[in-house]
Design a binder for this molecule. Structure first.
Ligand code: MF3
Ligand code: CO
Ligand code: CO
Length: 268
């Protein structure tokens, strides 16, 4: 059985307990999440064929400086960039570099900002010029998978209800859900309990309570679900080299459902 603790009195490390946050924390997360969403919104006009992922990362870094927040991934477990940039068959944790985006690519940009100690974590997909029909379908399925997961967030439901809803939808669309990476509790810590699996069985996992804060970030593949991590220790790719997509929100459980801290009407 999982234990719940008041986030204000619990130790500031991952103890396996699930923290419950108060209204002040929700206000702080609104700000942190809002900045992550605003940054990702600004990238929409920047991302065109010929741009390098390094240039995207520099933009994210400059955004953070302009808003006096810190990119959480910078020096996180040896990662040296302000964002993750994952192109085509890269599932997640792509390392920004000198490679230029090409017409028809799809790219995920994942940013987390630390604002007054609070982490706002979000990612979305960008279309580089005109993309193929199969890629467009994958993006639509993956965004809808995230939204279906978010719709399952309400007190009384479990984390397994979120995963089951996502998996059921994605597999019904003849796509697959990546198992190796999951959503996570987030707040003053970047990666905390509980794990939010994007697959599973209804009723399994942790029962949701008002005050919980976590991410939902399904990775969906056009082909098989299996991934491998490249020798750089970060870049996760699909084993069959099929296209992969991901969208991520940070949400807080309310009395009636949830608040999406990273919401944007430009997340398409
Ligand atoms: N932002 C990612 C997440 O959604 C984590 C990236 S960790 C990094 O949890 F080190 F790869 F940047
Ligand atoms: Co995350
Ligand atoms: Co993220």
């Amino acid at each position: 059985m999982v234990e719940f603790v008041d986030a204000d009195t619990a130790p500031a490390r991952n103890t396996g307990q699930v923290r419950l946050y108060n209204a002040d924390a929700f206000a702080a997360m609104r700000k942190a999440g809002g900045l992550a969403a605003a940054c990702l919104d600004e990238l929409e006009d920047l991302i065109v064929p010929g741009l390098t992922t390094e240039a995207i990362d520099e933009y994210v870094m400059a955004f953070a400086q302009r808003h006096s927040v810190l990119p959480a991934t910078l020096y996180y477990r040896g990662f040296r960039h302000a964002s993750c940039t994952s192109i085509n068959h890269v599932v997640c944790h792509g390392i920004p570099g000198p490679k230029a985006l090409r017409e028809g690519d799809i790219v995920n940009v994942d940013v987390t900002f630390i604002s007054d100690g609070w982490h706002g974590d979000s990612s979305r997909m960008y279309r580089v010029g005109e993309i193929r029909r199969a890629a467009e379908r994958l993006l639509n399925v993956t965004l809808k998978a995230l939204n279906i997961g978010v719709a399952a967030v309400k007190p009384g439901n479990t984390t397994g209800d979120i995963g089951a809803a996502i998996q059921n939808y994605v597999e019904g669309e003849r796509c697959s859900v990546v198992r190796e990476f999951c959503g996570h509790g987030v707040g003053r810590l970047f990666h905390d309990m509980p794990n939010i699996l994007h697959y599973g069985r209804p009723g399994d996992g942790v029962r949701l309570q008002p005050g919980m804060i976590f991410t939902i970030e399904p990775m969906v593949n056009l082909g098989r679900p299996h991934v491998k991590v490249l020798s750089d220790g970060w870049t996760a790719v699909t084993r069959d080299r099929s296209l992969s997509a991901q969208y991520e929100h940070t949400v807080g459980v309310t009395e009636t459902g949830c608040e999406i801290f990273t919401a944007s009407d430009r997340m398409l």
